[in-house]
Design a protein around this ligand. Structure first.
Ligand code: T3D
Length: 263
């Protein structure tokens, strides 16, 4: 039997979720989306839930969408990226934000594309020192999605948000902490213990008050997030039909530099 693409464990109020496609840096295919969506929905119904920890198996946190599933022959239509966002990414981001307990992203390695913004959708982001955040979208002719167009300017201001989004350069975990993008960066060997300490703290904390704190903190931007996710879906639908997107994906899969034509 094929191994699950998402691992779930639950004990003493702590749900541990591990994205589990390490050979592909835990990038998302439709099956992984479905497993995660169903698992999160089940957790929401679990009255004993006090905290969720989300991490990645192997050396990465998550490399966003599986681009192998987007690499199509020249005479074949690319899948509708807007539909993919509406069906998969937007509901996932909202599900994490609306989870009635703290959600910790334990960023164990690179977080790229939707993987970076998945981490930023969590309430507390702790990253290993060697981890990094990459808004890789522009390298394949897309815009940041999964809430990135809100999370980045909200936390960083426009100058840094724009630089990250337009250049797609790697932001190291120490810089992400210094810039205020994440809660904390810790030594690689300290990540597991620090996340465990925090999870156990939340498992003993006044969960109802923490749930209301989340609600109150996000209240001002919740409508904005929903609107921004819709905007991202619309733009990604358009960009998914562009020559540059097709070229960006083909270049990534062939491990060569892209030759963008600007259309
Ligand atoms: O399509 C829709 O539904 C719309 C929504 C889109 C949301 C998105 O997330 S779009 C953005 C997609 N993600 C990316 O563009 C990131 C692509 N990956 C990378 O840029 C690099 O892999 C990393 C910077 C993350 C890590 O680089 P590195 O050098 O540490 O590792 P690597 O050698 O590139 O990757 C290791 C393997 O994982 C490699 O396969 P191989 O050569 O061992 O067979 C690589 O192809 C594979 N891999 C990494 N990321 C993806 C991937 N395969 C498919 N899709 C990926 N996203």
């Amino acid at each position: 039997m094929a191994e699950p693409t998402v691992l779930f464990a639950f004990a003493e109020g702590i749900a541990r979720i591990t994205l589990n496609r390490p050979e592909r840096l835990n990038c998302f295919n439709d099956g992984m989306h479905a497993e995660l969506r169903e698992g999160l929905a089940a957790l929401r119904q679990n009255a004993a839930l006090r905290v969720v920890v989300l991490t990645g198996a192997g050396r990465a946190f998550c490399a966003g969408q599986d681009l192998q599933d987007r690499a199509v022959a020249a005479d074949t239509a690319v899948p509708d990226l807007g539909a993919s966002i509406e069906r998969h990414y937007a509901p996932l981001i909202l599900a994490l934000r609306q989870m009635p307990v703290p959600v910790i992203a334990a960023v164990n390695g690179v977080a790229a594309g939707a993987g970076a913004n998945l981490a930023l959708a969590c309430d507390i982001v702790i990253a290993a020192q060697s981890a990094s955040f990459i808004q890789a979208f522009c390298k394949i002719g897309l815009i940041p999605d999964s809430g990135g167009t809100l999370f980045l300017p909200q936390r960083l201001g426009l100058a840094r948000a724009m630089g990250l989004a337009l250049l797609g350069e790697k932001l190291t975990a120490p810089d992400a902490q210094t810039w205020g993008l994440i809660w904390k960066c810790v030594a690689d060997e300290a990540l597991t213990a620090e996340v465990e300490r925090l999870a156990r703290h939340f498992a003993q904390a006044p969960t109802l008050a923490l749930a209301r704190t989340k609600e109150a903190m996000y209240a001002a931007s919740e409508g904005l997030l929903a609107e921004q996710l819709q905007l991202e879906a619309r733009m990604q639908r358009e960009l998914g039909r562009s020559d540059d997107y097709r070229e960006g994906v083909a270049a990534f899969m062939a491990k060569r530099a892209p030759n963008f034509q600007g259309r």
